[in-house]
Design a protein around this ligand. Sequence first.
Ligand SMILES: Nc1ncnc2c1ncn2[C@@H]1O[C@H](COP(=O)(O)OP(=O)(O)OP(=O)(O)O)[C@@H](O)[C@H]1O
Ligand SMILES: [Mg+2]
Length: 266
Amino acid sequence: MTSPTTTTEPADAAAAPAYDGAPGPRLVCRGLAGGRGSNAVFRDVDLTVGAGEVLALLGPNGAGKSTLLLTLAGLLRAQSGDVAVDGEPLRPGRATAANRAGIVLVPDNRALFTGLTVEENLRVAAPRRGPKPRSMLETFPDLEKRWRVPAGALSGGEQQMLALARALVQRPRVLLVDELSMGLAPLIVESLFAAISRIASGHGCAVVIVEQHVGLALQAADHAAVLNRGRIVLRDQAAELATHPDRLEAAYLGTLPQPDLTPEQA
Ligand SMILES: Nc1ncnc2c1ncn2[C@@H]1O[C@H](COP(=O)(O)OP(=O)(O)OP(=O)(O)O)[C@@H](O)[C@H]1O
Ligand SMILES: [Mg+2]
């Protein structure tokens, strides 16, 4: 059995929160820097994601995307900077505080309990007086026929659905998903992106997805930011970037001219 790196959200209402139209952004980080030990992996990261919005966090291998998500989730301590959810600042490096504030991470290894069934994985994650595990079937109907199957016996796509469902049952305000489509067939990837859109718009979540499949990520996202060598080198509306692959390419290569470095565009 693998040990999940996600943490459970001890929320207590019976249903997932509806989009509440809160005026401020749901997730804000300012001047965030972090890394492993004293090694800086990313710095000066400013991100803003509203309720119901999806941000695609893109960038080449080793840019620091996973480290940034782990830091936002409180699993790594930030070296400097602030993170706030709905205007409430989080205590740095406290996974339980981040989770209590509604930040839930789906890590790139999915971190399921492979010996437990689908139902059991959801039951373990569901907060007291939270949504019933079976209510996750509304968003992930394909899991019904696998309900009593151990997570380790599921296909990769089914495992990713379960990982998302396990995040959703925790009633996230901020959902961080690392490598949504890694190793999965195109059809299942499409349905996972559709689920991400439903989670954002239907549950009022601020969603950050790290994704190597740039085209699909830009279709699903409202905004996109490119991290390169630990710095945000480009950010814009996803639709705008989808029509300017040259800017994206330059951001990946690290050759983007300075005028694109405008944090306020996020
Ligand atoms: N467990 C670790 N211990 C030490 N350094 C690490 C660890 N994990 C990652 N790093 C380093 O941190 C830097 C950023 O890695 P990170 O995994 O955050 O990048 P990434 O953008 O998620 O890359 P990828 O697209 O390959 O997943 C890299 O230089 C990497 O070698
Ligand atoms: Mg990564």
